[in-house]
Design a protein. Structure first.
Length: 434
């Protein structure tokens, strides 16, 4: 198994580019099931989650090709209506297959996704939405069975205890585009990734109004055509790089960073006093120094609020920003798996309910062997290692590979000392660590 060895403290200088957005790609891949014609998807990041979704589509009968590393060609002439447990359980996002199967095949059998370390991850709102489209929805033996032969447009409120649902909105939109009648979704998610999916569906001939708002209106059509579609850049990856550059001496231009997708993060970085410039519609330059920011309080909310996927990375930045900051997680209240690992590096963080109370300090974090637990926690540990004194070993980085394309190579390009090595070569406790 791979680990990342990081020798911290190197200044970061140069240009780093975010890849295509994982959380746009996954529903967009699922949406290729909505037509028997060929879809060409461009700017696809080379991630294990993307390759896995492609594998699921293939298992369901789609023809999947990869003419270039970041371009995929998918033709779903014949599609099975069952998404198997042994595949779905490995990746929650495969719940996005529900919508296209309901829309195209009027029938679906999709395994209930498991939970994960960041929370239970229920899909009650997805099922509520399908019921409002007058589908017959039944949950038994760990599967969701949907009969949509009598489905027609309806009105659904998709807000839950934690606000709107991103993949829930994706599912209902993908079901509704081929369901006769008018469907209205209130409290729809309006994350850029949902907007991207809607734009791809419209390029296939779907009729969707209100894209980018919390109120979507969809008029079902008979069939959708194939398309060639370029996925947006990953705002979470780009935000991760901005937060890394903010932690240390740096002069970094982040490309693929679309300011209009990151206004909550940029607002917080401005409040903290970070020196950054928006150099182009998709490029932001950061000039960072160690410990020269002010602490900020952050509450994660549905878009356009501060993204939960950037919460762990902000916790890392605040742990080396002198003063007190309170980081409250409103989307996944126990999304703090990164905290015990940051504490091993010397961070002073206390968890009080849904909040992390961070006592930032001037003293740099100290390098240590740490354990990744989920995708964004891994990213938080990597950037902590870049700013720490000494050597950090981030283990189980298969979590990182789910959502960041070649992160260590990208940081190496900025002058970081970071290498991917086999964990067999990791010093054991009884050996000194340089
Ligand atoms: C998407 O997950 C993203 N994943 C997540 O990114 C992201 O953290 C999340 O949206 C929130 O922005 C993908 O897009 C593949 P939700 P999703 O449904 O759609 C509750 C990453 O690191 N809820 O918007 O599963 C839910 O428990 C991943 O890239 C219900 O209660 O999230 C959560 O508290 C992690 N009932 C909140 O709503 C439901 O039916 C938001 O969940 C659905 C959700």
């Amino acid at each position: 198994m791979d680990v990342l060895r990081i020798r911290g403290g190197q200044p970061l200088k140069g240009t780093i580019r975010a890849s295509g957005a994982k959380n746009a790609c996954l529903p967009i891949f699922a949406a290729t099931l909505l037509t028997e014609e060929t879809c060409v998807i461009e700017n696809v990041p080379d991630l294990s989650d993307v390759r896995f979704m492609a594998r699921i589509l293939e298992a369901m009968g789609a023809e999947v090709e990869r003419p270039e590393p970041n371009t995929w060609k998918i033709t779903a002439k014949e599609v099975a209506t069952r998404a198997p447990y042994d595949l779905v359980r490995k990746m929650r996002a495969s719940v996005c297959l529900l919508g296209p199967l309901v829309g195209r095949m009027k029938s679906a059998e999709v395994s209930l996704p498991g939970g994960c370390v960041i929370g239970q991850r229920p899909i009650d709102l997805h099922l509520k939405g399908l019921s409002k489209l007058h589908c017959d929805v039944d949950v038994r033996n760990g599967y969701v069975f949907v009969d949509a032969k009598a489905a027609h447009g309806g009105h659904v409120f998709l807000g839950g205890r934690h606000g709107s649902t991103v993949t829930g909105t994706a599912n209902i939109v993908m079901a509704a585009v081929l369901t006769p009648g008018i469907t209205r979704i209130d409290s729809a998610a309006c994350e850029p990734e949902v907007v991207d999916l809607c734009k791809m569906l419209i390029s296939m001939g779907a009729k969707i109004d209100g894209v980018g708002s919390h109120a979507l209106t969809i008029e079902g059509v008979e069939a959708l055509r194939g398309t060639t579609y370029r996925v947006i850049n990953d705002r979470i990856e780009a935000g991760t790089y901005l937060l890394a550059a903010a932690m240390m001496e740096s002069d970094v231009r982040v490309e693929g960073a679309e300011a209009e997708h990151m206004s909550a993060l940029l607002d917080k970085l401005e409040e903290a006093g970070l020196d950054y410039t928006i150099e182009a519609v998709d490029a932001i330059r950061v000039r960072g120094q160690r410990c020269n920011l002010k602490p900020v309080d952050v509450i994660t909310l549905p878009h356009p609020g501060y993204a939960t996927d950037l919460q762990a990375q902000m916790s890392t930045l605040m742990s080396v920003t002198p003063g007190l900051s309170i980081i409250t997680e409103r989307i996944y209240p126990n999304r703090f798996m990164h905290v015990p690992e940051l504490q091993r590096m010397g961070a002073d963080i206390a968890i009080e309910g849904p909040s992390a109370i961070v006592k930032g300090r001037k003293q740099p974090l100290s390098g240590a062997p740490v354990m990744a637990s989920d995708l964004r926690a891994s990213a938080a540990l990597v950037i902590a290692g870049l700013a720490a004194e000494g050597e950090t070993w981030v283990q189980r980085i298969y979590h990182l590979d789910r959502g960041y394309e070649k992160m260590e190579e990208k940081f190496k390009g900025l002058g970081a000392e970071i290498d991917r090595i086999d964990d067999a070569d990791m010093p054991r406790d009884d050996e000194t660590m340089a």
